[in-house]
Design a protein around this ligand. Structure first.
Ligand SMILES: [Zn+2]
Length: 97
């Protein structure tokens, strides 16, 4: 099973036998850089190395997802802080009139 933005890929399913895309086109892990879904499909039930390849991808995917979530939250906090500071400044300006 491989994690992707749309959910999970069950690479043992026959639909991936001729899918020559990486697991996730946006992923920069070594598995996605070097192997196709079709290749992983052929080895996923036979070669223990497939587990390692999918683990490399899944860990990279989760780290990337966590970093994006933290970045989004940090950006939201900065925007909120900036908005609050502007509101405070506007209130101070109105109170001084
Ligand atoms: Zn990957």
């Amino acid at each position: 099973m491989a994690l992707v933005p749309t959910g999970q890929l069950q690479l043992k399913h026959q639909r991936y036998a001729h899918d020559f895309e990486p697991v996730d086109q946006t992923c920069t892990c070594s598995t996605c850089a070097h192997y196709t879904r079709a290749y992983l499909h052929t080895i996923v039930t036979r070669e223990p190395a497939a587990c390692s390849m999918l683990t490399i991808h899944n860990v990279a995917y989760q780290v990337c997802t966590a970093v994006m979530l933290l970045s989004t939250r940090a950006l939201a906090s900065l925007v909120s802080l900036r908005f609050n500071r502007k509101s405070d400044m506007d209130s101070a300006a109105m109170n001084s009139k």
